[in-house]
Every structure is written in structure tokens, then in C-alpha cells.
Ligand binder design. Structure first.
Ligand SMILES: Nc1ncnc2c1ncn2[C@@H]1O[C@H](COP(=O)(O)OP(=O)(O)O)[C@@H](O)[C@H]1O
Ligand SMILES: [Mg+2]
Length: 320
């Protein structure tokens, strides 16, 4: 697979604080790469280095084939950036902001009107073209900011917590736009502290904690790393007897709540079969049976030792 980002020992130090601590990772062309971590993990610092907004203290990265230390102008031509705080002008309309961005990115003059028209349509902003940016809702603002980051048709778009601070509906619609961007072939580098969002959008996720990458993998494989937690759950027609519970106990740890039984096991298939078999032997009917995989949240907690609550905490410890 073609790599569009390759970071090697990328490091950012602020007066002795290692905000990003020698991280190495690669991003494949066309994927949504999720950079998932709590506030203060080093997500924004990483993006800022990758797009040339700040210099690495150590290490480097190739972005779109160019070295961020030596060829940042080439990098900037090929990437779009959606920062945490908007970089657009409140006093300009949505359309004027896009025009301004297209000038900034040296989009050929004759291409600007169609490019802007297309972006307004694509982000369902056509009827807001003449509304001042400052007057738009947060959700619409975020859409204009993303549109502005795309005026020069970048290969890679970096989005720093694009759904943070948005209401549920706006956040959902934004995720749709992100999926569409990927379908069109744009590589998306997305930071988030929402586990579910990373699970839903990202092809691969890097878990970042205190400046270190704990793991990089697909959401499914990250879930697989949590051992021994698959659960088989069944509801029986009667409470099982002691012997049956004892037999089931050989498969894993058993939890019983009257007729509801759950077995935490490393081998789901064997547990399913045995449960059905034993129930039949005892003349019990299996009224309901289901299996549960560990969630990405379970995996995250196990791999990082950070609770999901503190992870999702909106309170920023970091500087904005
Ligand atoms: N300009 C800066 N000067 C000093 N410390 C900073 C600066 N920017 C970020 N930090 C610190 O670096 C760490 C990582 O911050 P940041 O990259 O913003 O993390 P995240 O985006 O994951 O919340 C935090 O401890 C933050 O306080
Ligand atoms: Mg940040």
C-alpha cells in the first residue's frame, strides 16, 4: 500500500515537556487514519508538525512524499488543514471566505468560481453563501472551514477534532462528509478523543497517550487484542441446576442471574455449543442466546489504563 505519511521519531518538546515523544507511524493513501487520545496526548502538536505550523524538536516525516523539514512548501500545496479553532473571517461571508482561501492557495483565477460553487454545493452551503461567517451556527461554520481547507484539492486533509463542540446532529452530518471525502480518494488524518467516532470512521487507529503511540491497528484488530472478554449470554426457560453451572464453569467464568446466564470465555464457539448441549440434557429451553465482543472502549481502557470517562472528558487540560 502506498504511504502518504511516514513519521519517524517525530518529537515535540516544549520547555522540557515531551508533548510528542519520538513517534513513528505510517498512513496509507485513501484511508481515514484516526489519531485517538485524551486531551493533552499530543494530537494537535503532531498535526502542527506534519503541516508545517511548528518545527519538530527531533525526527521528521514525509508527507505526500515531501520532507516536512526541507520541503514544507511542497507539503503545504498538497494538504488541507482544519484546525481546532477556525481560521476564517467573521466579517466575510461564507463565499468570500472560500474565495479568500482560494487566493491564498493560489488556485488559478479562472477556476475559482466553479471550485467555490462545487464546494458550497457539496457541503450544502449554497443558501449560506452570502451569510457572514460570524453569523453561522457552529455546525455550519465547521462545514465552511472544511470547504476552505479543500479549495486547492489536497491529497490529504488533516482534521483536528472536527466534531468537538458540535451538537449531535451536526456531528453526525460532519461524519457523513468525512466518509464522502474518503470515497472521493482523499486521505483523512483525523484526531479525536471520541472512541466511538474513531471506531466508526477510521480504517486504522493510532492510540496516543502522553505523547506516545500505544498501538496502531484497525479497530477490529485492536478489539481482538483484548483477550478473554468475549461473552456468551443466554436466557433459559428455568434456572439451571448446580451441576450444569459447574459444567459450564469449565468453559470460562460464569455469571448467573436467575434464568440469565453469561459466560466470559476465550472460545465462543465451544461455549455456545456446550451451553446448548447441556441445556438440552437438562430439559431446558434456550430462549435467547447472543455473543458480545469487547468494544473499542474496553480495548482502549485495557491498552492505555485510561478510563473511558476521563478520555471523553471535554475539559481540556491542554492549551488552546
Ligand atoms: N505551545 C505550547 N507550549 C507549551 N506547551 C504546549 C504547547 N502546546 C501544547 N502544549 C502541551 O503539550 C501537550 C500536548 O498538547 P496537544 O498537542 O495540544 O495535545 P492534544 O491535542 O492531544 O490535546 C499538553 O500537555 C499541552 O499542554
Ligand atoms: Mg488538540
Amino acid at each position: 500500500m502506498e504511504k502518504v505519511i511516514a513519521a519517524r521519531n517525530l518529537t515535540k518538546e516544549y520547555d522540557g515537556l515531551l508533548a510528542v515523544d519520538h513517534v513513528s507511524f505510517e498512513v496509507n493513501r485513501g484511508e481515514v487514519f484516526g489519531f485517538l487520545g485524551p486531551n493533552g496526548a499530543g494530537k494537535t502538536s503532531t498535526i502542527r508538525m506534519l503541516v508545517g505550523l511548528t518545527e519538530p524538536s527531533e525526527g521528521s516525516a514525509l508527507v505526500a512524499g515531501y520532507d516536512i523539514r526541507k520541503e514544507i512548501v511542497e507539503v503545504k500545496r498538497r494538504v488541507g488543514v482544519v484546525t481546532e479553532t477556525s481560521n476564517l473571517y467573521d466579517e466575510l461571508t461564507a463565499g468570500e471566505n472560500l474565495l479568500f482561501a482560494s487566493q491564498l492557495y493560489n488556485v488559478p483565477r479562472n477556476e475559482r468560481p466553479t471550485r467555490i460553487k462545487e464546494l458550497l454545493e457539496r457541503f450544502h452551503l449554497t443558501d449560506r453563501r452570502d451569510t457572514k461567517f460570524g453569523k453561522l451556527s457552529r455546525g455550519l461554520k465547521r462545514r465552511v472551514v472544511i470547504a476552505a481547507a479543500l479549495v486547492h484539492r489536497p491529497e490529504i486533509i488533516f482534521m483536528d477534532e472536527p466534531t468537538t463542540g458540535l451538537d449531535v446532529v451536526s456531528a453526525r452530518s460532519l461524519r457523513k462528509y468525512i466518509e464522502e471525502l474518503q470515497k472521493e480518494g482523499t486521505t483523512v488524518f483525523l484526531t479525536t478523543h471520541y472512541i466511538e467516532e474513531a471506531d466508526q470512521l477510521a480504517d486504522r487507529i493510532a492510540l496516543i497517550v502522553k505523547g506516545n503511540i500505544v498501538t496502531v491497528d484497525t479497530p477490529e484488530r485492536i478489539k481482538d487484542k483484548v483477550k478473554g472478554t468475549p461473552i456468551v449470554e443466554a436466557i433459559l426457560s428455568r434456572e439451571p441446576n448446580k451441576l450444569m453451572i459447574k459444567n459450564l464453569g469449565e468453559l470460562g467464568s460464569v455469571d448467573l442471574d436467575e434464568r440469565r446466564i453469561s459466560i466470559t470465555t476465550g472460545n465462543v464457539m465451544v461455549a455456545l455449543e456446550s451451553l446448548i448441549h447441556l441445556a438440552k440434557q437438562e430439559g431446558l429451553e434456550v430462549q435467547h442466546i447472543q455473543t458480545q465482543r469487547p468494544s473499542l472502549e474496553d480495548a482502549f481502557v485495557e491498552l492505555t489504563g485510561i478510563s473511558a470517562e476521563s478520555m471523553m472528558s471535554e475539559k481540556s487540560r491542554g492549551r488552546r
